[in-house]
Every structure is written in C-alpha cells, then in structure tokens.
Design a protein around this ligand. Sequence first.
Ligand code: SAM
Ligand code: DTB
Ligand code: SF4
Length: 337
Amino acid sequence: MTEARHWTRAEARALHDLPLTELLFRAQTVHRQHQPPDAIQLCTLLSIKTGACPEDCSYCPQSARYDTGVEPERLMDVDDVLEKARQAKEAGASRFCMGAAWRSPKKGSEQFDRVLHMVRGVRDLGLEACATLGMLDDEQTQQLKDAGLTAYNHNLDTSEEFYGEIITTRTYQDRLQTIQRVAEAGISVCAGGIIGMGEGIDDRVGMLVTLANLSPQPESVPINALVRVEGTPLGDRDPVGSLELIRMCAVARILMPGARVRLSAGRSGLSREAQLLCFMAGANSIFFGDKLLTTGNPDHRADLDLLREAGLAALDPGDPRLGSPAGSVELPGNAAE
Ligand code: SAM
Ligand code: DTB
Ligand code: SF4
C-alpha cells in the first residue's frame, strides 16, 4: 500500500509548472516505483440509462435542460447489459463501468434492484464492476457493496471554487459525502474530473490536491478533456491542448502513486504519440470501446493496435503487482469483435 502524504496546492502547482520534460521524468520515476511499467487497464463504459437528467452540469449532453439531440432512454434490461459486458470482455476489457443519467437512484425502486442484478452479473463474468449512478445514501451504498461492486465513479469534476460555475443543482460537499460513503463501505473510489471548462490551472491542481488528500486516496482517477457538445453551455469552449492533458496525468500520478490514472474522455482528439506521452506521464487506464456514454471514443481495434505496437499489455483485474492474484494478459487479436 502506498503511504499517503498531505499535499498543498502550492506544491502541486510547482510540479504542474515544471518544464514538461522534467515533469515527465519525475512522474515516470514515481510510476515505476508504484505501478507495473508496461500495462494499461482497459475499461468499457456503457450508458445503462441515458438522458433526461434533472441536473444542470454545464458540460453534460444528458442534462434535460439542454437541447443536445440525445434521445432519452429508459434503464436497460439486465440481459442486454450483460451481453454488452460479455462483448467487452471478449474484446479485452477487464473493467465494465455502467453509467446512469440520474441525480441519484430512486430509493427501493425496481430500477435500483435491476442495477444490483447487473452488478452481480458483471462480477460473475469475471470482470471488475464499476457504476456511476449519482449521489448514494448509506443503504444504497451497502447494497452495491453486497452485490459485489468493485468501484464507484463519482467525479469532483473541478476545484471547489470553480464548481458553482459549472453545476448549481448540487454542491461540492454533496459530492464529497457520497465519495466518503463509498470508501467507508469498502468500495473502491473512482474520482477525477474534467479540464477545458474555462477553469484556471489552480482549479485543475486544486482538484487533484483535494483527491490526493482523501483518505484513502482514490483507487482510480479519470482525467477527462471536455467533450464539447453543441447545445450545452460549454459547447463552444476552446479545445484542450494535448500537453495540458499530459501535465494533468503527470501531476495526478505524482500525487496519487497507487491510483490507476485513467486517460478518459477526449482521447478521440489525441494523436497516438500524445496518448503515449500520457502513458509516459503515468496514465495506465483508458476507456476502451467505440463509445463513451453518448459520445465517441477511438475504435477499439485502433487502441489494441496502439498498445501492441508500443509493447504495452492489458492490465488484468487481478494483477499481483497491484495486490491481487493474476498478471497482465495477452491482448486479443484484431479479429476479436
Ligand atoms: N449522473 C452521474 C454523475 O453525474 O455522477 C453519472 C454519470 S456522469 C455522465 C459521469 C461523469 O461524466 C461526470 O461526472 C463528468 O465528469 C463526465 N462527463 C459528462 N459529460 C462530459 C463531457 N461532455 N466531457 C467530459 N466529461 C464528461
Ligand atoms: C468519467 O470520468 N468519464 C466517463 C465516466 N467517468 C463515466 C464519462 C465521459 C462522458 C463523456 C460524454 C459522453 O459520452 O456522454
Ligand atoms: Fe446528470 Fe451526471 Fe450528466 Fe450531471 S453529469 S447532467 S448528473 S448525467
């Protein structure tokens, strides 16, 4: 287990602003001390309930408040979700993450029971199961734990100061409370954020410092570049530069040595070389599959080609170097659909 230390924003900012080559060197040094150097976790995302969300997150195509062309869909059937999970496993994924456009799941509802079935089914396939369903109460958290949920994704998205510029229908403290519940129930915390929303560098490092000072530190940290969706209030923001994403991955790696740093949304706009620099910076997880929730992601065969050409392996759920049974696995051939 990695010893966590307390980080200040000034320390993180100093790291962030280092010459990029120096920052990369330091991040890669930490990476090699704490992570397998050559393995990338492949996580597949599925939107199990799409659109019509009551929240007002300015970046999100699924908010009912914005006209983005996303067609609302009811919660999927368990069998359909498990078929997608099977396909994801076949293609090489080791984690399956189910996302729902909810503020929070309805208490005691048939829908929440259905999600619990999905979690059990995904675990029975031998995959890590992750869910992102909005805010949870204690009972729901325990039910997810009992169903075998591996990780719960709940992003801080940005710094506490900038949060109100992006979302007004819930607070930063609400977010932190769910994260704490999840951690206390013994579910791994997956928490990260988005860059490119108009925040300053201090907001970016502020978010990473808040995450790094959580106890325990998150098990995974998704770093998203804003996917600019027409119709959302942030649809016309300037695109994020690849070097900015590389810096974020590097600072996340240095601050959270034991976490899987996930290069998340925004990969479609990145060259292969920029993605490899993100891996050099310490990113060791990607969303794998041709779709994120409602927007595109690189073709999965292109991702497998990139990893193979770079000599990288897929990280198995039970990699012993991360503390549990089996190692990294062979990537499936291109024919795997
Ligand atoms: N409704 C739940 C919630 O908000 O926690 C779960 C689903 S929500 C879509 C999960 C995360 O996706 C958000 O916290 C945000 O970080 C990310 N996300 C949503 N839209 C995005 C976009 N356009 N670009 C990048 N990340 C986005
Ligand atoms: C995360 O940090 N990014 C993922 C996942 N966690 C749920 C979602 C990205 C969504 C991008 C926009 C879309 O496809 O709707
Ligand atoms: Fe709803 Fe989640 Fe999108 Fe916010 S990010 S609008 S809570 S689906």
